[in-house]
Design a protein around this ligand. Structure first.
Ligand SMILES: CC(=O)SCCNC(=O)CCNC(=O)[C@H](O)C(C)(C)COP(=O)(O)OP(=O)(O)OC[C@H]1O[C@@H](n2cnc3c(N)ncnc32)[C@H](O)[C@@H]1OP(=O)(O)O
Length: 454
């Protein structure tokens, strides 16, 4: 792996050692980035953009760090992704030693959807670890996100411990589910009897795309999928973690010529000394009966005896309509999308509220202090839309609840109960009943969930 020097960044750069700014006083101005707390630093390192001409160098650094050597096709896909996004680099004497990108996603939030830069490719050269390189890149990125007016940002973490310090909180959770399909799937409801059809992968963006768009906002935490995302992420022939898996198979349910009522995307693998595997990657359905038909189909595929579904929502109806929970088992739970409220005011006023709220929140935010301090949150209940139903203004009134911005982010989609944060000692309730009232207002019909990993 060569790490030749690249052109130094053209944007203004900041040395790592800077002092922390005092918190801003007004909520009317957008959040301003500040410097992180003082720490072990290396003043020679500077942060700035990665110019287009250096994208290949950035990818080489990422492949080095993630121990990958992708084929040309995948490299081209990564290059295409990076062309259209924010790219931040860390430079030591002109050499690229750190890299991250923020892809332009859209995510469903209660009552609508929001632009949501998605951090990915976060890479620091092994020679430069634990010197504040990531911290400096995050600071540089936050400056760009604030300038762009981004209300939120998100990521999937490679390790749990890395991102909480920067204000990211786990806003969606996933279940791993395993089904013993050596016997017919036992159900308590009658499956939809409409025909199932295997879909040509080339037709997936045209058939599943409109379905996904139509249902996007039914559940918070879902990412909009472009045609390229369907093709390059979902329909890739070879699975990147297991090359023995089949290409992706897509089955739909619905009347011929009519709209689909649900779909499943899965891969299969036979094993010499164990039951053949169906690995389920995505399943969506309009009704419980449609979901039941898709699950029963997956469980009935010949020469397989187990279904492993990696990322299912916590409230998957399967867990209730399965007649035998020894056959359908939740084998794990993991944090999914980690969300950062870049502009707390913009984020809170952009979501809908399930119950009225009138309270003062005291939010701690070490990295974006315009978010910090006491704010008066009011919201009128609006189950479906966000517009004009909430206000969030700075106040001198005493706080009803104090919490860190990372924990507020974990609650933002309605996934983490505020009351559980109070019980865990992570939020302080100064006025009894505040957590319960906030939970009633944050609640969503479906629990947040994210299946698109990036
Ligand atoms: C969204 C994504 O792309 S997730 C992928 C993240 N990338 C990887 O896992 C690739 C391999 N790892 C790396 O490239 C680097 O180790 C990174 C990016 C994880 C961290 O970069 P660094 O420049 O070493 O982080 P930095 O020095 O800014 O660390 C800031 C703080 O986080 C802590 N930290 C950094 N990495 C980790 C970790 N893996 N686990 C726990 N704490 C960590 C540091 O100890 C430091 O804390 P301190 O200030 O109390 O000492």
């Amino acid at each position: 792996m060569d790490m030749e020097p690249v052109q130094p960044p053209t944007q203004s750069t900041q040395p790592l050692t800077q002092t922390t700014q005092p918190p801003a006083q007004s909520t009317q101005s957008p959040a301003q980035p500040t410097q992180p707390p003082a720490q072990s630093t290396q003043p020679s390192i500077r942060f700035g953009d990665i110019p287009e001409a250096a994208i290949d160098r950035a990818l080489s650094l990422a492949y080095l760090v993630f121990h990958e050597s992708p084929q040309d096709e995948k490299r081209k896909h990564h290059r295409d992704l990076l062309l259209g996004c924010v790219r931040v680099g860390a430079y030591d004497q002109g050499e690229l030693v750190g890299f991250l990108a923020a892809l332009p996603f859209t995510v469903s939030v209660p009552g609508g959807e929001l632009p949501c830069p998605g951090l990915t490719f976060v890479s620091v050269a092994p020679t430069h670890r634990r010197r504040g390189v990531l911290t400096g890149m995050i600071r540089e990125l936050f400056g760009k996100l604030v300038a762009d007016g981004a209300p939120i940002a998100a990521l999937w973490a490679s390790e749990d411990a890395i991102y909480g310090r920067f204000g990211f909180g786990p806003a969606t959770l996933g279940n791993t589910v395993e089904i013993d399909s050596r016997r017919p799937l036992a159900l308590r409801i009658a499956p939809d009897t409409r025909p199932l059809r295997l879909l040509d992968p080339a037709d997936v963006p045209d058939v599943l795309g409109p379905y996904h768009d139509r249902t996007l906002t039914e559940r918070p935490g879902r990412l909009a999928r472009t045609e390229a995302w369907w093709r390059e992420e979902w329909m890739v022939e070879e699975d990147e973690d297991d090359d023995e898996l089949s290409p992706p198979r897509v089955v739909t349910l619905g009347d011929p010529g009519g709209p689909i009522a649900g779909y499943a995307i899965y891969r299969t693998r036979t094993c010499d000394d164990a039951p053949g595997l169906v690995r389920l990657d995505d399943l969506e359905a309009d009704t419980p009966a449609a979901a039941a038909a898709l699950w029963r189909y997956l469980a009935s595929i010949d020469l397989t005896g187990v279904i492993r579904a990696w990322g299912r929502p916590q409230d998957d109806p399967l867990l209730l309509f399965a007649a035998d929970r020894d056959q359908v088992r939740v084998t794990g739970q993991f944090p999914g999308l980690r969300v950062r409220l870049v502009d707390v005011r913009a984020a809170l006023t952009a979501r809908s509220w399930a119950a009225p709220v009138d309270m003062v929140l005291d939010v701690r935010d070490d990295h974006l202090p315009a978010n910090a301090g006491r704010h008066h949150l009011t919201a009128t209940a609006a189950v479906t839309t966000a517009d004009g139903h909430a206000t969030y203004e700075r106040t001198d009134r005493p706080a009803d609840l104090t919490l860190d911005v990372r924990d507020l982010a974990a609650c933002y989609f309605g996934g983490t109960p505020v009351a559980s944060l109070v019980r865990a000692g992570l939020a302080q309730e100064h006025t009894p009943g505040t957590a319960r009232a906030l939970d009633a207002a944050l609640r969503t019909a479906l629990l947040p969930h994210t299946v698109d990993e990036f």
